[in-house]
Design a protein around this ligand. Structure first.
Ligand SMILES: Cc1ncc(C[n+]2csc(CCOP(=O)(O)OP(=O)(O)O)c2C)c(N)n1
Ligand SMILES: [Mg+2]
Length: 336
């Protein structure tokens, strides 16, 4: 395997061995869950759209490590990793993918539309960039209520070219809203590379037009993501308004389950997997730092496999929603 590029930076981890192990566990859970979802899709058990997060795991895991209880998150359709990282039950997520009653939206939302009030997860949105003003709105609510919560608003490089993002930036800065705009720059919007969609050298710098600070972050290094996340969170909690994190990441799989795979070479994908994989990065930190043995990591792998298999079983056994459910959850009751 080729030399790992982020190794030098990762020499002084800003975490304890225990936290590092937890990052490993969380990232592995997302990867294995997504692999299983891909299998269930292939077996015809999942219908409709399904966008896998494989390759991008360090982004949510690093940022969740910087979050506190009560903080909010909202994202796009590529949302399974975000839900797992904020602690939503894998069984409820998988059962939603298979359209079953035990899913987070009772089987009526599918992969792109799940929510959890308990975990402060506000979706799951299929319209590119629509979640960005929603994220600013959530932060507005927190500011209005005078708590010190922060909202993580995730969107892609493609979404970053949408007009509503800049309306949200303008208002967020104007009202000092505690929102972190997280651009998950995986370099492609479906089959369109960033080079073909913009001449801007970077996305985070666009915040300067509105007075919003930000930075670029190595999204294949979970510790770098966590560190940047902590900085952004501190900025928001101090009442200084929004912050932009442009996180450079990469998706290994196709855009969705149908993808012509003609817009990038196999070699490009292979190179990222071999040289920059975030899970492998933490694995080698754990082993070289003697924080874990091969056997410890094998035990974690086993534990994760069991969680994912249990979720898959549940997603097959849970019944389909009853016909009457067609009429529920359409409008919120007046008293809500
Ligand atoms: C308003 C709107 N336009 C187009 C689409 C179709 N579409 C779905 S995903 C996508 C690409 C978005 O790419 P990006 O924001 O980089 O996110 P990624 O898929 O890479 O996570 C497009 C164009 C859509 N869902 N909504
Ligand atoms: Mg993208």
């Amino acid at each position: 395997m080729a030399a790992r590029k982020p190794a030098a930076k990762a020499k002084k981890p800003n975490v304890s061995a225990e936290e590092l192990l937890d990052h490993y566990r969380q990232m592995l859970l997302i990867r294995r869950f997504e692999e299983k979802a891909g299998q269930l899709y292939g077996m015809g058990l999942i219908g409709g759209f399904c966008h896998l997060y494989i390759g991008q795991e360090a982004v949510v895991v690093g940022l969740e490590a910087a979050a506190e209880e009560g903080d909010k998150r909202v994202t796009s359709y590529r949302d399974h990793g975000h839900m797992l990282a904020c602690g939503m039950d894998p069984k409820g997520i998988m059962a939603e993918l298979t359209g079953r009653e035990g899913g987070f939206s009772k089987g009526k939302g599918g992969s792109m539309h799940m929510f959890s009030k308990e975990k402060h997860f506000y979706g799951g949105h299929g319209i590119v960039a629509a979640q960005v003003p929603i994220g600013a709105g959530l932060a507005f609510a927190d500011k209005y209520q005078g708590n010190d919560r922060v909202t993580f608003t995730y969107f892609g490089d493609g979404a970053a070219n949408q007009g509503q993002v800049y309306e949200a930036y303008n208002m967020a800065e104007l009202w000092d809203l505690p929102v972190i705009f997280v651009i998950e720059n995986n370099q492609y919007a479906m089959g369109t590379s960033t080079k073909r969609s913009t001449k801007s050298p970077s996305y985070w710098e666009r915040g300067a037009a509105y007075g919003i600070p930000g930075e670029e972050v190595d999204g294949m290094d979970v510790l770098a993501v966590k560190e940047a996340g902590e900085k952004a969170v501190a900025h928001c909690r101090a009442g200084k308004g929004p912050y932009i994190l442009e996180i450079k990441t990469y998706r290994y799989r196709g855009h969705s389950m149908s993808d012509p795979a003609k817009y990038r070479t196999r070699e490009e994908v292979q190179k990222m997997r071999e040289e920059r994989d975030a899970i492998e990065g933490v694995r080698s930190l754990l082993l070289t730092g003697k924080h874990a043995t091969e056997d410890d990591l094998k035990a974690i792998d086993k534990e994760i496999k069991a969680i994912v298999n249990e979720a898959a079983e549940f997603s097959k056994e849970s019944p389909e929603p009853a016909l009457e459910e067609l009429w529920t959850d359409i409008y919120a009751p007046l008293e809500a």
